[in-house]
Design a binder for this molecule. Sequence first.
Ligand code: ADP
Ligand code: ADP
Ligand code: ZN
Ligand code: ZN
Length: 750
Amino acid sequence: MNPIKITGARQHNLKNLTLEIPRNTITVFTGVSGSGKSSLVFRTIGAEAQRQMSEMQHSFVRSRMEHLGVPDVDSIEHLNVPVIINQKRLGGTVRSTVGTATDIYTSLRLLFSRVGKPFVGYANIFSFNHPQGMCPVCGGIGQTRQIDINRLIDTTKSLNEGAILFPTFQPGGYRWLRYAASGYFDNDKKLADYTEEEWQILLHAEEHVPPNPSPQWGKTVRYTGIIPRLERDILKKDSKELRLREKEISRIVKEQSCPTCHGKRLNEKVLSCKIAGRDIADCAAMPVDELLTFIRSVQAPGYETIIAELVKKLQHMITIGLGYLTLDRVTPTLSGGESQRIKMVRHLDSSLENLLYIFDEPSIGLHPKDLDNISRIIQKIRDKGNTVLLVEHDPDLIRIADHVMDMGPGSGTHGGEIIYQGTFDGLRTSTGKTGRYFARHKTYNQHPRTFTETLTIRNARMHNLQNITVKVPRHVLTVVTGVAGSGKSTLISEVLPQQHPEITLIDQSGIAGHSKSNLLTYLGISDIIRNLFAHANGVSNKLFSRNSEGACLNCKGLGVEKIDLAFMDDIEMPCEVCGGSGFRPEVLTYRYRHQSIADVMDLTVEEAVVFFAEQQELHRHFTMLHDLGMGYLTLGQRLDTFSGGELQRLKLSTQLKGEHAVVVLDEPSTGLHPADTEKLLALFNKLIAAGHTLIVIEHNLDIIACADWIIDMGPGAGKDGGQLTFEGTVANLLQHSDTATATYLRKYLV
Ligand code: ADP
Ligand code: ADP
Ligand code: ZN
Ligand code: ZN
């Protein structure tokens, strides 16, 4: 069978690579962060596979396909149809649940429509998204939103001063005019001084024609009070505005469980249909493992195939370690790792062969115990006759590779090459950073820091937590461990901050900002660099800003031009005028220490540490980033291209201003090569030495082994978890505990 042949790959930092990937095997791509793994696997191979496939599609289908842009590569031959399983959260609205996303709910509906008593209709009406199935009061959402007047209205202001705190109701806005020109109100009167009647008209009046409107009032326009108006225009419909103004709306509404369906989302008729005493919403509210037991117990002669199909799908959920989830869980609340595994479920039964599966760090969010299952699934996918590519840092997954491609040797411009290819055993003897990591003898923290002060979490009962009380030591490194779904995040990211407001939570979510934000603007140091250029050349510092006079006129400083394709998302291409720098060409004639501002934007953090060695403030920031394993980032890199792990480490570098902060991190090792994990650990030690307290949720054994204190959650997931299974030092864990974490840590240390 012909291998996939890639010729002349130059995307981002790739050094004109030519390589072959054997088909029907698992190839794992390793290498330090920034070495070029994603550039090769996703941005080149994945993108080209999608591009080739989309060329064969009808434009309607094409418009619905995700795509990754056009890669910089001479050719790729013998590609298969790609299936890209990434960490991108499933997202969606509250109408998307685990049940709908996996199609398991479809099978459940079918079962209810055939076996449920009484018979109420076809499978469709068991859907909360179907007009005949949904609860009429909440429209199938299970919750009702009510406008919270206190948050909507500032009674210390008049209409002219903007008393109604919502866009379009502010002075001059088109909705504002409907009240200001209605003839009902004195527009300068503070709302606090309104009479009972004025309040009534302002807030609650039904639609009608006002008797004495002012001249701006349109002839045919009717008046409606603010509340019915907002409800009708925004809340009731799935309006465009509802989506566009989600943030503002959530600020002015309270959500409550729907008083009619009590959160079940369906109407009375549908809920009257039961199997063995349970309606379909009861089933969707059970954790998948319990639901499986229940479905197996259903006696329904003649419907064995429907039951078998449902049982098979539920078993798949358990196999991928998600047996603790309920089908009614809405997908936007799932973590990246859970989302990725949900995407996998759909492929477990696929009988299609010759596909190209591409996975992005499938180990994320998984305890070593959960990883065993994932390894098996990936091997099964290969055995069906597919080709699998993995970008992965986790040693236990790298081990299953038939073929390893190690990229490096360094990051950014120092990377972009294949430094080893061959078997996993061969990798151990290779001299790259990955090889050295595997050859290294693993140790654990035998001299943990001691402590006197603690934070106590009392009687935690949220989600699956079973009323637990636990002490978290101050001024040490605590690692919180346990299988996925055992309750780590609930305990540490939710309950702990509720009980101790001083907690600094540093998560992986995006940083708001527009597309011109970059590393320098985020750190607040771009002005220093502009001033250096201005001073050296005797010109205005504004010239060196892409948001100001320095901006390339063609691309407005973005460096890219968006190409609007009728049936696809926009594609970004480097700007022809400035070549991607975003600066006006004449700005680049000014130099600071022989470099143009664009050259400086292209420096990696590692290079900047040296280049700006004499600029104290800059040097301090760049050294910090370098210590966090981010030496490969370029100064001008846009924030919206950062991974979740990178964002989290970036926030860590800037948010520790106060002394003695208590900091919570959720999987900070995400996306880090073992060599960079060492840097992260070194930084943790520095922070603790400076008096901070670190509480880290982690599956990474390198980090677990270095903990001063372990809090282990379990023993299982969901209702089988939520208990404290161990607290103490690593040495104690190894000696006395038989939890899954202890077992895997022992294996790691041999
Ligand atoms: P890895 O996946 O090994 O961590 P990447 O392929 O993401 O590495 O990065 C390789 C190099 O390409 C890095 O120097 C990185 O900064 C750069 N890079 C990645 N994405 C982009 C992008 N969207 N635009 C410009 N440079 C990028
Ligand atoms: P871990 O961090 O150990 O993976 P979590 O704390 O995320 O575990 O989850 C513990 C339990 O709480 C699981 O059963 C999970 O499904 C449930 N859970 C987590 N978040 C939510 C939520 N937003 N709504 C309902 N249940 C949740
Ligand atoms: Zn309802
Ligand atoms: Zn330009």
